[in-house]
Ligand binder design. Structure first.
Ligand code: FES
Ligand SMILES: [Fe+2]
Length: 361
């Protein structure tokens, strides 16, 4: 299993990021981030080349991070700029890699692929995390013990909400009225994949009930995946048959960053467009969302990861339903992008070998 390196990954919410060093493992690599005096953020390899101390235990001063073990200093480009010992010689292998970082949509994004290909326009744009004039909400973080693609499967197939989330972010069939039904539509354009649901003639979910006054209507649930693994969901609870922009808006972000093959960072955010000053509503909403993720989704996904035991998804011959179109398209597109990346970055022999392994899987 390989990752897509040429992609932006969320590594934290801007609000929670102070000036001190923060360590995070991304795509199997330890990184450290710190803020420079001009406000920009630097991201370099997170392990000191001397005795492998985590640089997140170091200190930042004058745009330089000092290792907390024996004091080697590195700038935001990963260059070792000071050796306080002996003659002060800096060997060529004292330098570290650096990675492009962008702050956008209230989050911090890192690119681990070829630097020339890093285009911030590919990062999804949303305002509900940082625009507190028009939105009320909260952000959160979870670590899930499962491959990130199982989380993408989960988020692109929201038919699960009826069964697993009846008391939090879904509506159980026992609450469905005579004509309740779910319409589904799939579409894709380049690196954006849409999985659109409309819960027709439905009561609100417990989460929507926190601020929506509507007792029934259509719930628009359009999930967008920005490959590799950032998802935005703009839920709207509307009068029956009315367009989504006329409803109560409840956007959310689900930003996945693979830590390893079997663990995933999950940065999430939820917001609403009404009753903005009521902090108790925000607290209850985030509690419901956490309950949905922590108590309902995570145990199911982690059990599935254990059952799959790192076997290849398609090799297990999964039953594919009509409502799986987006998730299947996402897996196939991601596999193609990863394969292209391997062919273009590895030596010709390595690329061919890797392709053979994947094709035989
Ligand atoms: S481990 Fe960093 S300076 Fe020794
Ligand atoms: Fe879920």
């Amino acid at each position: 299993m390989n990752f897509l390196h040429n992609s932006w990954y969320c590594v934290g919410w801007s609000l929670n990021h102070g000036d001190g060093p923060v360590g995070i493992k991304l795509l199997n690599r330890e990184l450290v981030l710190f803020r420079r005096s001009d406000g920009t953020i630097a991201c370099i390899d997170g392990i000191c080349p001397h005795r492998f101390a985590p640089l997140s235990r170091g200190e930042v001063c004058n745009d330089v991070i000092q290792c907390g073990y024996h004091g080697l200093e590195f700038d935001g480009e990963g260059r070792c700029v000071r050796n306080p010992h002996g003659s002060g010689t800096i060997a060529p292998n004292a330098h570290l890699n650096s990675y492009p970082v962008v702050e956008k949509s209230g989050a911090i994004w890192v690119w681990m692929g070829g630097k020339g290909a890093a285009d911030p326009a590919e990062i999804p744009e949303f305002d509900f995390v940082h625009d507190r004039k028009n939105w009320a909400g909260a952000t959160g973080y979870l670590k899930i013990d499962a491959n990130y693609q199982l989380l993408i499967d989960n988020l692109l197939d929201l038919t699960h909400a009826t069964y697993i989330h009846a008391n939090t972010v879904g509506v159980g069939t026992d609450k469905w009225e005579g004509e309740t039904r779910i319409d589904y539509d799939f579409s894709a354009s380049g690196k954006v994949i849409n999985s659109d649901y409309i819960w027709r003639n439905s009561p609100p979910t417990p989460l929507l009930r926190e601020f929506s006054e509507r007792s029934a209507g259509d719930i628009h649930v359009p999930m967008r995946l920005y490959l590799a693994s950032s998802l935005i969901l703009n839920i709207a609870m509307c009068d029956r048959g009315a367009p989504p922009e006329t409803g109560d808006q409840m956007p959310s972000a689900h930003l996945l960053a693979p830590e390893t093959e079997n663990t995933t960072h999950y940065f999430y955010a939820i917001a609403r467009d009404d009753k903005l000053d009521d902090a108790e509503i925000t607290a209850r909403m985030i509690k419901l969302v956490e309950q949905a993720f922590v108590d309902e989704d995570a145990p199911m996904i982690e059990d599935i990861a254990e059952i799959m035991d790192n076997r290849e998804f398609f090799a297990m011959r999964p039953l594919i339903l009509e409502t799986d179109k987006a998730a299947i398209h996402a897996r196939r597109t991601l596999a193609k992008l990863i394969r292209n990346e391997l062919d273009n970055t590895a030596s010709p022999t390595d690329g061919a070998a890797q392709k053979k392994v994947e094709e035989s899987a």
